[in-house]
Design a protein around this ligand. Structure first.
Ligand code: PMP
Length: 355
């Protein structure tokens, strides 16, 4: 830390993103990216945007993209905002909807960035522990007394709540906002977007990084009551009005329009997840029931960190977290069927070697 860093950030622990190795070619199952490339229509839309127009700023209102998304989701255009990844949207949410009097309420085991945003924004983090089996008990969120954040499905567990449970949480927090982070919803959980039409305190956040194959383009969004979206726009226009670049605006629109490609990729990943879950259970692993594009697993004969390191040595990257409650586990992104077969084969070799 330099002597110039503001004292506000003296104790800030930044988020540690999963490794993005540039040296060696790994089977990369560590950051929940989609194993399939973007749709050909997306690549074409990006190519068509690389001409002279790049000298101009992108449309700060993202009007075209918002129109397409609003139509796709069955909401009005005033109910949608886009950002540079959903991380940026989440940052806007912390700035807009939390402060010294309004804490952020979220689980002990969830997306690690929430804690960082709380620190960055000097907001109290009110931690609500998951139950013993890593599920979220909606009753624990009644009258939470602050802005509620729930990843559904949750990360890194992959476990999900039903719409009725999300609704229960929204209803029981009439004076606070409930933010549902749906980064992984398209892999088998139910989206709460339709509920945002009935509950003006419910905000859904989503991303194109996972189910829409566009992690590298950085595109995220929020959908909710038009007043909430106006609040988020106040923050956006006070921070970075041109937050989504031209190439990504075009890519996002094409990605929404190619519905078949989206469905095919999601179905393939779901099918491969079920195959992987069964194969790992057969090999003696505990696998939490996942509705996401990853599985959270442990094996009593192999500590999480050891498993992570042994896979890495053999060219497979997965994610290990050091938090005491989950250090026995690793999170494995669902790749292609072939990648997962290699993972299973390698895992069996690792287990044989420690007998
Ligand atoms: N929410 C959750 C639960 C995530 O796991 C991630 C991915 N790390 C994000 C949000 C952020 O995704 P992005 O910024 O790529 O849209």
């Amino acid at each position: 830390m330099s002597r110039f860093l503001s004292s506000r950030f003296a104790t800030l622990t930044p988020y540690t993103p999963g490794e993005q190795p540039q040296n060696r070619k790994y089977i990369k199952l560590n950051t929940n990216e989609n194993p399939y490339p973007p749709s050909p229509a997306v690549t074409e839309a990006i190519r068509a945007s690389t001409g002279e127009e790049l000298k101009r700023y992108p449309d700060p209102t993202a009007a075209n993209l918002i129109r397409t998304m609003a139509e796709y989701c069955g909401v009005s255009e005033e109910q949608v905002i886009f950002g540079n990844g959903s991380d940026e949207i989440l940052a806007f949410c912390f700035l807009a909807f939390c402060d010294r009097k309004v804490p952020a309420c979220f689980a002990d085991i969830t997306y690690g960035f929430y804690k960082v945003f709380a620190e960055l924004c000097a907001v109290e983090a009110r931690i609500i522990p998951l139950t013993g089996d890593f599920s979220i008990n909606p009753a624990d969120y009644h009258r939470a007394g602050g802005t509620v954040l729930i990843a559904n499905p949750n990360a890194p567990t992959g476990m999900s709540l039903t719409l009725a449970q999300i609704e229960e949480i929204a209803v029981s927090n009439p004076d606070n906002i409930v933010i549902v982070d749906e980064a992984y919803v398209d892999f088998g959980a139910e989206s709460a977007v339709p509920l945002t039409l009935r509950y003006d305190n419910l905000l859904v956040v989503g991303t194109f990084s996972k189910s829409r194959n566009l992690a590298g383009a950085r595109l995220g969004y929020a959908i909710g009551d038009s007043k909430l979206i106006a609040d988020l726009n106040t923050v956006k226009y006070s921070f970075n009005p041109y937050n989504v670049n031209r190439l990504t605006l075009a890519a996002g629109k094409a990605a929404i329009e190619d519905r078949n490609y989206f469905t095919d990729c999601c179905n393939a990943i779901i099918e491969t997840r079920e195959f992987t879950t069964q194969a790992l259970r057969d090999a003696g692993f505990t696998v939490l029931p996942s509705k996401a594009n990853f599985v959270f697993v442990k094996n009593d004969r192999l500590h999480g960190e050891e498993y992570y390191l042994k896979l890495k040595e053999r060219g497979i990257l997965v994610r290990h977290f050091t938090d005491a409650r989950i250090s026995d586990y690793v999170r494995i992104t669902i790749g292609t069927r072939q990648e997962m077969e290699t993972l299973i084969k390698t895992t069996k070799l690792i287990l044989e070697a420690i007998q």
